[in-house]
Unconditional design. Sequence first.
Length: 135
Amino acid sequence: RALEMNVKTYEQFLKCGFTDKPTFDENGWLTNNKEMLKTMETKVIFEEDGKLLKLYLLELPNKKWITGISMMLHDCGTGGYPSVWGKQFDSKEIAIEHNLTNVIKNMKVRNITSEKKYIAILKAHIAECRQLSLF
């Protein structure tokens, strides 16, 4: 099972443009992703009063972008680092816009309307990304 997962994951690394030989830990699992995360960017959208939203952005060798997120709000939270299995985006701005739009959708689904201040912050960041993607 581990061998099959390693092969599929390594194939996914290749699709992302990585060309390094596979490296393994003492348990036989691929460790290439650890090197990948060293170049990750962190974008803090907001962090105040126990509320937090950070995006983790990583440009792949194929010039696409993948993302991760760390979020704590009213009564919910989520988190995860970028993964080669994640959706790939053509630009950093599109990746940010996509993630922030999803956060707003999830806030509405969970009926977290008391966080209107943060929705406004998210919308401002989305507008900024749209402006930057025009260039």
